[in-house]
Design a protein around this ligand. Structure first.
Ligand code: SAM
Ligand code: SF4
Ligand code: SF4
Length: 342
């Protein structure tokens, strides 16, 4: 394993989220707030060989976990070909995807055959009418079929991610845990974040980890934390019957101090933090003929200078309004959550 590069806060470069498209077949209101979008120009989207070349440089600098995301990654044509390229890198301990599940029933076997290790599906509700209101699309049944196809295709270690929003789906925590048990998949509840497209975010809508644990303790009795040392953002907990679930408290208890993740957009901008307003252009040098050593120097320079701790800075503000307004999203599509990959 490569010796990991560390930033100004001694955080290693280990975890890379690779967005393969900014397009999506859902319109979740907390991620994509409007109807009209400025999409990334097609000619600027990285080819699979380009992604693979950049990932190789990241691996040399210590990255050992890659997660494919989007937009909706399964909308990227021929995705298994990219997975095949990445799965051939033994240094990648973990190669996963985050998907909304709409196209998963169709694609799960090919993803598995290509060598993908794990699947995370975003699922905010078990109720079709709520799903339609949240996502502005009627694809709930397809998502449930997609989730069912994951274990059938031979995957294990599956996760279901739920953004919990007060007054929207906060009465479904136990139902989602029960559903996850049947899949089987570990459910992770994510606090609603004021990032990118979340222009309708308000502090009142955030259900904190403490509150979620209270609700679940009333239903299930004693919940105990799972003791583990890792930089994974989820705090994991165990119910009395042994079921494990996670809570990602990114809003009320950010984990920036241990954050080893960065993000590559589909058009090759590298963001050092989910909240960063600017990324480092890797596409330009890559297409301009930069050598691997030059790309390595660029990435090394970026990471060693990294000071970001976006969620902690936001928390320290006290009074909070959404990070970006619609006008800002229109000016720079890279500020959108569906562009930088969540
Ligand atoms: N389209 C895929 C999906 O939904 O799984 C992958 C991309 S999506 C941007 C990645 C994750 O970001 C999803 O689980 C989504 O729920 C989460 N997300 C988007 N906006 C969020 C917000 N405002 N707060 C918390 N999580 C958010
Ligand atoms: Fe929803 Fe994911 Fe699409 Fe955003 S990118 S609108 S979270 S499905
Ligand atoms: Fe990492 Fe930025 Fe998220 Fe903090 S806000 S955990 S530094 S990506």
């Amino acid at each position: 394993m490569a010796t990991a590069l560390v930033d100004t806060r001694n955080r290693p470069l280990r975890n890379l989220r690779v967005s393969v498209t900014d397009r999506c077949n859902l319109r979740c209101g907390y991620c994509m707030p409007e109807e009209e979008y400025v999409w990334l120009p097609r000619e600027e989207i990285l080819h699979f060989e380009e992604v693979s070349r950049l990932v190789d440089v990241f691996i040399e600098l210590g990255v050992d976990k890659v997660r494919l995301t989007g937009g909706e990654p399964l909308l990227r044509r021929g995705l298994p070909a990219l997975i095949r390229l990445l799965a051939a890198r033994p240094a990648l301990r973990d190669l996963a995807i985050t998907t909304n599940g709409v196209l998963l029933a169709e694609h799960a076997p090919a993803l598995r055959a290509a060598g993908l290790h794990r699947v995370t599906v975003s699922l905010d509700t078990l109720r079709p009418e709520r799903f339609a209101a949240l996502t502005r699309r009627n694809h709930h049944a397809q998502v449930l079929e997609g989730i069912a196809a994951v274990p059938r295709a031979g995957f294990s270690g599956t996760k279901l991610d739920t953004v919990v929003i007060r007054g929207v789906n906060d009465d479904e925590l136990a139902d989602l845990i029960e559903f996850g048990r049947r899949v089987p998949a570990e459910v992770r509840f994510i606090e609603y974040m004021d990032v990118g497209g979340a222009t309708r975010w308000s502090a009142e809508q955030v259900v904190s980890r403490t509150e979620m644990l209270d609700v679940l303790a009333r239903r299930y009795g004693g919940i105990v934390p799972v003791v583990e040392t890792s930089s994974a953002p989820a705090d994991r907990f165990r119910l009395p019957d042994g079921t494990v679930f996670g809570i990602i408290a990114s809003t009320t208890a950010p984990f920036c101090a241990e954050c080893d993740r960065s993000r590559l957009t589909a058009d090759g901008l590298w963001y050092l933090c989910l909240y960063a307003m600017r990324g480092i252009d890797l596409r330009g040098p890559l297409r301009g003929g930069a050598s691997s050593a030059q790309l390595k120097a660029l990435i090394t320079g970026g990471w060693t200078a990294r000071t970001d701790r976006g969620a902690e800075d936001r928390l320290a503000l006290g009074e909070r309004t959404p990070l970006v307004q619609i006008s800002g999203l229109k000016r720079d599509p890279h500020l959108e959550m569906h562009t930088r990959g969540g």
